[in-house]
Write a protein that binds this ligand. Structure first.
Ligand code: NAP
Ligand code: MG
Length: 494
């Protein structure tokens, strides 16, 4: 049943059940799952824990909605509903951000509210694209009308992680629905609350029942069931590379469903000797410390030309000292909240210890902060060598390593020496060198003279083991459409 919650002088009725067919329902087995406030370690609420049977029910409702209503709803009407969802996201933005801050540990005023803006923009953007889906006509044969249709898959399964719950859901729901699909979305165990509240907005916007379904449950059971479901036509996943591989295997072993995978990263940020060092230091801070380093494309590997290394490090430590304010996530000045969980905090600590054992020097941070919750201080590791554990493995925390280089070729070689290929940043005042580096870095996104200020008008793609397919931008809708060719005989006789 829903519960009344209160934080930061805001009170609301929090849904805790599965959202299927526009109704909140208990899971078949009625088991529950605790969700924790990572800034205190205390339980916020218990939500229903779906199992495979609930996935079957949600997929079945979604299929019916697709066949009976959604596939006959024209793009402009789908677009209107998405634009309404965008408006409601803005209307309830403060409350959604409050829930997100409490459940995920994002600082409310310097982080969670920014996510709301992004969500509203993405629903509006794809609302505008919904009526612009077109096919092509081949003019080759005068005796044939040969054309293509771009059709929705039908039922999309979506699985998201905990670092940007509302935002990642918008990356999937908006293009999937704009393309004409229905969706069953599984939220992460650690952060179920914001999307369960968002379900209210789905009803208020007027979406037909079954078009958007939101379920809570473990990855091992609910995520695995969605990936292997015979009646899910497309799976879109954001999360770790290891789980992405399992999803692809499950898809291959079931109905060969199409998959879009947005996976892990270990992104480089190259500081060339001719750049504006003050800017490089500020962006390097934003690029890895924002969201407590829990960013897939966080630029965690700082590769710095040896001639500017000491000055850059001095600037970076100064930025951290001035900008990073750990504290209550509802304090207006707080920029640094807790990590998502105790287990994740321990993992980050383990990486810092490992780096020290491999010869790194801790220039700042390296320790937990405060008495309560799962806070870890922004940490800069110096003297990290290419191939060291922290140079290769995704930490997903507020930890950046600094590695020196001598030449352009060496910088690019270190940058590309990773199994991942998600993001990359380059700092230089030489425009040709910047573009050349953007060509030479093997990642799906490159920033020149910034980091992580991602633009949703551009596609977001993982190269190498960072993913398959792309999201966002006008091409983001392609992942939710399949092609059909139709040939009409205009008079050929045999
Ligand atoms: P994760 O462990 O891969 O979990 C992501 C989601 O997958 C969760 O909902 C999880 O469920 C579910 N899951 C777990 N095992 C599953 C299985 N066997 N089958 C199907 N689903 C399963 O990742 P995370 O630790 O939550 O998130 C951090 C990772 O996500 C990092 O690697 C990060 O780089 C990546 N990420 C990538 C992007 C991108 O756009 N490329 C964006 C954000 C994050 P439960 O946790 O609820 O059990
Ligand atoms: Mg939580």
């Amino acid at each position: 049943m829903p519960v009344e919650l209160e934080v930061n002088q805001v009170t609301w009725i929090q849904p805790t059940q599965l959202f299927i067919n526009n109704e909140f329902k208990d899971a078949v087995k009625k088991n529950t799952l605790e969700t924790i406030d990572p800034s205190t370690g205390k339980v916020i609420a218990n939500v229903q824990l779906a199992t495979a049977e609930d996935v079957d029910i949600a997929v079945c409702c979604s299929r019916k909605a697709f066949n009976k209503v959604w596939k006959n709803t024209c793009g402009s009407d789908r677009g209107k509903l998405l634009i309404k969802l965008s408006e409601l996201t803005e209307k309830y933005g403060e409350l959604l951000a409050t829930i997100e801050a409490m459940d995920s540990g994002k600082p409310m005023y310097t982080n969670a509210l920014g996510d709301i803006e992004e969500c509203a923009s993405i629903y509006r953007y794809y609302g505008g694209i919904a009526d612009k889906i077109e096919g092509k006509v081949s003019m080759d044969d005068p005796l044939a009308l040969s054309y293509t249709r771009r059709e929705p898959f039908g039922v999309v399964g979506a699985i998201i992680p905990w670092n940007y719950p509302l935002a990642t859901a918008s990356w999937k729901i908006a293009p999937a629905l704009a393309a004409g699909n229905c969706i069953v979305l599984k939220v992460a165990e650690n952060t179920p609350l914001s999307m369960l509240y968002f379900a209210n907005l789905v009803v208020e916007a007027g979406f037909p029942p079954g078009v958007i379904n939101i379920i809570t449950g473990t990855g091992q059971e609910v995520g695995a069931k969605l990936s292997s479901h015979m009646d899910v036509d497309k799976l879109t996943f954001t999360g770790s590379t290891a789980v992405g591989q399992k999803i692809l295997q499950a898809a291959a072993g079931s109905n060969l469903k199409d998959c879009t995978l947005e996976l892990g990263g270990k992104s480089p940020l190259i500081v060339f000797e001719d750049c504006d060092l003050d800017q490089a230091a500020k962006w390097a801070y934003e690029g890895i410390m924002y969201n407590m380093g829990q960013i897939c494309c966080g630029t965690s590997r700082l590769l710095v030309h040896e001639s500017v290394h000491d000055k850059f490090v001095e600037f970076l430590l100064d930025v951290i000292a001035r900008k990073s304010v750990a504290g209550d996530v509802f304090d207006k000045n707080t920029t640094h909240g807790p990590q998502i969980s105790s287990a994740h905090l321990q993992k980050i600590k383990g990486y810092v210890e490992c780096a020290k054992n491999e010869g790194a020097i801790v220039a700042c941070g390296g320790a937990q902060w405060g008495e309560n919750g799962y806070y870890f201080l922004p940490t800069i590791l110096l003297n990290v060598k290419p191939g060291d554990t922290v140079d290769q493995e995704e930490i997903f925390g507020p930890v950046a390593s600094v590695t020196k280089f001598k030449t352009y070729e060496e910088a690019i070689s270190i940058a590309n020496n990773t199994k991942y290929g998600l993001g990359g940043a380059v700092f230089t005042n030489d425009i040709a060198k910047g573009h050349k580096a953007a060509n030479d870095i093997v990642t799906g996104y490159v920033w020149i003279n910034s980091s992580n200020d991602q633009d949703y008008h551009l596609p977001f793609t993982g190269h190498k083991m960072s993913g398959i397919g792309s999201e966002l931008g006008t091409t983001g809708i392609e992942g939710y459409l399949k092609l059909k060719s139709v040939q009409v005989n205009l008079g050929k006789r045999i």
